[in-house]
Structures are given as structure tokens and as C-alpha cells.
Design a protein around this ligand. Structure first.
Ligand code: B16
Ligand code: MG
Length: 215
């Protein structure tokens, strides 16, 4: 294989936790009398927890004190984590495990580049933590995607130049971050939404070993 490093986003790429985030935010929104739909939830993908709350408050045209915000952030995360309690490898999205294994078998460095502060427990619960040579998550970055910080730190930890790093992302902001970092962006999801990516695949089951080898 060519000498590349592979950086995976977490939510929407490795696991589909968007549904759990949605349920937890929905409870907060209901409490505040804000109408929050699955369509609105799209706006929160790849976005940090704090920014997600601000978006919901903006949707409901609500003002809040920092103290209130801290309380809701804590409540949202506790609720989200309680939903993840029984998580296991069945939550890994189709084809992901096979690609991780193929890359590992071919000695390719692998990192996580996620906005989530809950990345480690999710990788542990799904049994794939040992596949990652580096983990960069919401605890390590100050600037959210589309800022490239998360991916640049990951490439540095893997000891590769940005142009040799491949990023798998499901969010528009994440694809933009990879492009700004001068990395090879691969969108996972809808081609029309992720049109800024260099390549787009519906999911990992349609990514061939040949394609990975030739990158
Ligand atoms: P947490 P990713 C992002 O993860 C999610 O897409 C986004 O919806 C969530 O708000 C964010 O993580 C923060 O998550 O509350 O667990 O810190 O897609 O960058 O892996
Ligand atoms: Mg994502």
C-alpha cells in the first residue's frame, strides 16, 4: 500500500449516535418549549455540545444564563451516556470493521478525529479502541470543524504530512476541515450533501480494498 494515514470521524462514520444525541436534546428542547425535529438535528452533526445547545436556543429564540446552559449541558450528556450504557459492537456501522481490519493488516496508521468528548468510551464499548494509534477528540481541541485543528493534530500524532492523510467524514463541516488541512477527504453519505469531498461513498461496504490501496 502507499504510505498513507487514515483518520476516522466517529459519529455518523463509525457509529450512528446521532439518534441518541437527538433523543437527549429533544428532552431539553421539550422542557424549554422549543420545537426540535429530526431535520433540526441535522444542524448539530459534527458540531460541539456547547454549540449544539446554542443552535437549539436560537431555534427557539430563547435566551439563557451561563448557569442554565451548564445545567442543560450536564443533563443532556448524562441522558446521552445513559442511552449508551448497553452499547456494543452491533452499533458499528456496516463495513467499518472490515476496513479497519484491512488497514491494520496492512500496517496503515489509524487515528480518530472527532468533536465528541465521549469518543473513548464509545470505542471501548464497541471493542475497536485497539485499532487506533491516536485519538483526538473534543477534549483535545479548541476550534471546532470546519477548523482543521482536530485533523492536523491527528496527522501530527501519526507522523504523516497532511497531504498523506485520508479523512472519512459524514458532515459538511468535517469535509471542509479536511480540505482546508490539505488532506484527502472522503465523504460517507449523500453525494449531493457532501459534494465538496474528493470522493463520496454511501457507506463503507462499497469501499473496495483496491481503492484503499491506490489512494
Ligand atoms: P459530545 P463527530 C460529534 O461527533 C457529533 O456529530 C455531534 O452531533 C456532537 O454534538 C459532538 O460530537 C459532541 O459530542 O456531546 O459527545 O461531546 O461526528 O465529530 O464524531
Ligand atoms: Mg460525524
Amino acid at each position: 500500500m502507499n504510505n498513507k494515514a487514515f483518520i476516522f470521524d466517529l459519529d455518523g462514520v463509525i457509529v450512528d449516535t446521532a439518534k441518541y444525541h437527538f433523543l437527549a436534546w429533544k428532552k431539553i428542547a421539550n422542557q424549554l418549549g422549543i420545537n426540535f425535529t429530526e431535520e433540526h438535528n441535522e444542524l448539530l452533526k459534527g458540531v460541539s455540545r456547547i454549540r449544539s445547545l446554542d443552535i437549539i436556543l436560537e431555534l427557539g429564540k430563547k435566551e439563557a444564563t451561563q448557569e442554565e446552559k451548564n445545567m442543560w449541558l450536564k443533563q443532556k450528556n448524562e441522558d446521552y451516556l445513559s442511552q449508551l450504557a448497553d452499547m456494543d459492537d452491533r452499533e458499528i456501522l456496516p463495513g467499518v470493521f472490515e476496513v479497519l481490519k484491512f488497514l491494520k493488516d496492512n500496517n496503515q496508521p489509524i487515528a480518530l478525529g472527532s468533536a465528541s468528548k465521549n469518543a473513548r468510551p464509545i470505542l471501548e464499548k464497541t471493542g475497536i479502541l485497539s485499532y487506533f494509534d491516536a485519538i483526538v477528540d473534543g477534549n483535545d481541541v479548541t476550534n471546532a470543524k470546519p477548523d482543521p485543528e482536530v485533523f492536523l493534530i491527528a496527522a501530527k500524532l501519526l507522523n504523516v504530512k497532511p497531504e498523506n492523510a485520508v479523512v472519512f467524514e459524514d458532515s459538511v463541516a468535517g469535509i471542509q476541515a479536511a480540505n482546508i488541512a490539505n488532506m484527502i477527504s472522503i465523504g460517507i453519505g449523500d453525494k449531493t450533501i457532501l459534494h465538496e469531498a474528493k470522493y463520496v461513498f454511501q457507506d463503507f461496504t462499497v469501499i473496495s480494498e483496491q481503492f484503499l490501496k491506490e489512494l
